[in-house]
Design a protein around this ligand. Structure first.
Ligand SMILES: Nc1nc2c(ncn2[C@@H]2O[C@H](COP(=O)(O)OP(=O)(O)OP(=O)(O)O)[C@@H](O)[C@H]2O)c(=O)[nH]1
Length: 303
């Protein structure tokens, strides 16, 4: 079907923790990206697709934009801006209670520096956390800082204002045939979704710096005759000492993580899953090109 249809790409940008994944999940109506309380959980460029009337909106959920220090961080930032560059519309998410932070200011400066760029809409998120007067003031301040084409006040978590934003995005998209079959919600391969699920459980369970230095890969995926799936994954750690932390006393930690991940995968796939996790030491993974490609990032971006 091409007659009267619209389709296009929307990039969600914002500081880490602004609520990009929550907004994406709310718009797409399914758990596509991974939401946790920790910052910087979105490493890969994940897209969700949603239908609004005759329009197909393809979201590019970008990693949080921040000041890059490490090589991996730099690759993430390039991926974030790469997503924005490909998009028809950019939506900048700002946290209502934090306002125009230094980080937000840096993003606005970067937006201004682009040439012939797409329209940028402002979405002030987490409005459930502030009073109305403060919102109006913030909206004025932000619109003075950048010529946003529209301003939306939303709460991604509670769903306030999200329908308006989605309807507006649909109305702005160009006429085009759809990119994906209507019932398809995410183009992220199942193996990668399964790895993201395990990584989310690790992040929730293990605190401080450690989760950041972990990566999960799905090594094998076997469809069984009884309708179940056997999934083998490897958790790579960068230091030998981390292995013990991930395994826990008597393997308790890894067992709990495995159970939680398996339950979520079973629910996601709608059929039984047998999950096998292994922990391996790979000191150099942060610098290995292959790992970056698995995460949807271009290694050269970090140079
Ligand atoms: N109170 C409130 N909390 C929200 C809202 N939207 C998101 N959050 C919370 O903010 C936190 C961060 O949300 P995410 O969606 O993971 O943020 P993100 O921008 O994708 O973060 P990165 O992946 O680190 O870039 C989570 O704990 C969400 O539950 C909102 O409208 N109101």
């Amino acid at each position: 079907m091409t007659e009267g249809t619209k389709a296009g790409f929307v990039a969600l940008i914002g500081e880490p923790n602004a609520g990009k994944s929550t907004l994406l999940n709310r718009m797409v109506g399914a758990k596509v990206s991974i939401v946790t309380h920790k910052v910087q959980t979105t490493r890969a460029r994940i897209r969700g697709v949603c239908m609004e009337g005759n329009a197909q909106i393809v979201f590019v959920d970008t990693p949080g934009i921040f000041r890059p220090r490490r090589r991996l961080d730099r690759a993430m930032v390039t991926a974030a801006w790469g997503g924005a560059a490909d998009a028809d519309i950019v939506v900048l998410l700002i946290e209502a209670h934090r306002g125009l932070t230094e980080g937000a200011q840096a993003i606005i400066e970067a937006l201004k520096a682009r040439e012939g760029a797409q329209p940028v809409a402002l979405a002030i998120n987490k409005i459930d956390k502030v009073k109305a007067e403060k919102l109006l003031e913030l909206s004025k301040q932000l619109n003075e800082a950048y010529p946003f084409v529209r301003t939306f006040m939303i709460s991604a978590e509670r769903g306030y204002g999200v329908d308006d934003l989605r309807e507006w995005l649909a109305s702005e998209l160009p006429e085009s045939p759809w990119f994906y079959p209507e019932d398809q919600i995410a183009d992220l391969p199942m193996r990668q979704i399964a790895a993201e699920i395990t990584r989310e459980k690790l992040t929730l369970r293990l605190h401080e710096e450690l989760p950041y230095q972990l990566t999960v890969e799905t090594e094998k995926w076997e469809e069984r005759e009884d309708g179940s799936a056997r999934i083998d994954q490897v958790i790579y750690v960068t230091r030998d000492g981390h292995k013990g932390i991930v395994l826990g006393k008597g393997g308790e930690t890894i067992k709990a993580i495995s159970k939680a991940a398996r339950e979520e995968m079973t629910e996601f796939l709608g059929r039984p899953v047998h999950l096998f996790l292994q922990v391996k030491l790979r000191p150099g993974w942060l610098d290995e090109a292959e790992r970056y490609t698995e995460m949807g990032l271009d290694f050269r971006d970090g140079d």
